[in-house]
Each structure stands twice: as C-alpha cells, then as structure tokens.
Design a protein around this ligand. Structure first.
Ligand code: PAF
Length: 282
C-alpha cells in the first residue's frame, strides 16, 4: 500500500486509472470504515482511501482541535483491509490558499436536521469532497449510511454537477449493544458508552410503532426525545423523514428514515434507521 501526502504524487500515481474506488475518511478508523473499504474493493480497483480532518466542516467550538490523528494505526488497518493507496494530505496541501470558493448545498438539505445545528457543515463537506473527487477521479465512491444526511448531500452534489461517479452506501456497523460505530465514540466514558445505545433503541422504538400503525410521527419523535432527555441527553433533533428527499413524508413515501442527533455529556452522537413502511400514509 502506498501512502501519498501531496496532490501531485497522488495524481501521478493514479494517472490512467479508470476504475478507481474511493473511500474518503477523516481517519481514526474503526470497523465501520473498514467495511466501506471492503465494499469499495468489490466495485473497483485500485481502492484509494483519503485521511484528512477537514477544518472547513467544523464550526467554531466544535471538536476540530481534539479530533484524533492516528495515521500510523489507520494505515495498518487500511493495508490489512487490502486498500491500495492512501492520500493523507495536511491542511496546507489541500487548502494552499483560503478556500473562498465553496460549494453550497441547497438549503432544503443543508439547513435542516444536522445542518440546522452545524451551520456551514455540509458546505464544508461538499467542498472537500468535490476537491477530493477532482484529485482522485474515482469511478465509484463509498460513504457510510451512518452519516445519512451527508450521503444525501453527496448524491445531490454528484447529480447536480454531473460528476461521472457512482455513489455506494455502506451499512452502519454497530457495537454489540446497538451503538452505531463512530470515531466520536472514543470521546465517551465507559458508562456513557453503555448509555449511548439508548439513542438507537429510541429510534428503533419509533420504527416499531410506525410499523404497528401509529401515524402521528411527530408525537413518536417527541416521546423518544422526552425519554432521552429524562435519561440525561441533550437533544438536537429526532425526526422521521422520507428516505430519499429527507423532507416530511408525503402520502407517496414508503421508504422512510428516522434520524436523531443528541449530546451525551460533551459528545454529540448521530444515528438513523431506514425502513420501508408497511401500510400507507394518510
Ligand atoms: O464522513 C466523513 O468522514 C467526512 O465528512 C468526509 C466525507 C471524509 C469529508 O471530510
């Protein structure tokens, strides 16, 4: 496995490749990322992973400064997973000048849900992903469903800018107690890690109630929020949406997703569950 730190080296190494499968990451890799590499391997060659903690997608007061940098351990995991190439630039390499030209996803996607609590986040994500796509020029790129709204933003980026890239979505991997794997789980204490599984359980309870015929989705989400609050969480949102548009479900919506973002202590966690509604919406 080759590791490159500059755009010029990466471009030279990938020149002429037409079937590249790309897995963008911010490093601090866990089994969820490795499953994305495994998916990439099924769909293209070479497999390229990037490791870059993107300052543009962190707001003031967020965890950019404390985000773990674990390049050596990450490279070992990627090599073991059969990744061919790693691109690990530093900030000056990817942003040699201030990035004054940015990609602004539509408000309907970027100002809602996580975007409402993290202003500028999805613009930062879309901008760095477009830069990485231009450097790697992949045929396919793999993103995790754990960051469900991000995945929708990337789909829309590719569609509206006519990028010749197929986007593949990897399923969320979970700990034995149901907690979605996330680099940010590393911030949790041992007892918080146990408690953190409550988020997934509350989302699952919403899915179960919807499948049982409950159609007052707002009430279901409010109940889940209340339970989490009582257990000590600070809620950003719990919402049930159409899985494709991420808007409020319409009578035509069958594929739905319930999403939540909430704080346990100083750690913000997100999770979601996609499901197909049995029965119709009113
Ligand atoms: O999902 C992530 O790790 C990041 O948002 C991404 C896609 C690598 C862009 O920085």
């Amino acid at each position: 496995m080759q590791v490159y730190h500059t755009a010029a080296e990466l471009r030279a190494a990938l020149s002429g490749q037409t079937n590249t499968a790309f897995v963008p990451t911010m490093g601090n890799l866990h089994a969820g990322h490795i499953s994305l590499v495994a998916l990439a391997k099924q769909h293209g060659h070479p497999v390229v992973a990037s490791i870059f903690v993107n300052p543009l997608q962190f707001g003031a007061g967020e965890d950019f400064e404390r985000y773990p940098h674990t390049l050596d351990a990450d490279c070992e995991k990627l090599a073991a997973a059969g990744c061919d190439t790693v691109f690990a630039p530093d900030v000056a390499e990817l942003y040699p000048a201030p990035q004054t030209f940015t990609v602004c996803p539509p408000d309907s996607l970027a100002q809602d849900l996580c975007g409402a609590f993290r202003p500028g986040h999805f613009s930062g994500v879309a901008t760095v992903v477009l830069k990485l796509f231009n450097l790697v020029q992949p045929r396919v790129a793999v993103f995790g469903k754990k960051d469900y709204q991000q995945l929708r933003v990337i789909h829309e980026l590719v569609r509206q800018f006519n990028l010749p890239i197929d986007i593949l979505a990897g399923d969320t991997l979970r700990e034995a107690n149901g907690l979605a794997m996330s680099s940010r789980n590393g911030y949790l204490s041992a007892s918080e890690r146990i408690q953190a599984a409550q988020l997934q359980r509350q989302l699952a309870a919403i899915v179960a109630a919807a499948q049982a015929g409950e159609r007052d989705f707002e009430a279901l989400c409010a109940t889940a929020s209340r339970h989490l609050k009582m257990a000590g969480w600070r809620i950003d949102y719990v919402a049930l949406r159409d899985a494709t548009t991420l808007q409020t479900p319409t009578p035509g919506s069958t594929r739905l997703v319930v999403l939540g973002a909430a704080w346990l202590g100083s750690t913000r966690l997100i999770d979601n569950i996609e499901f197909t509604l049995l029965g119709n919406l009113p």
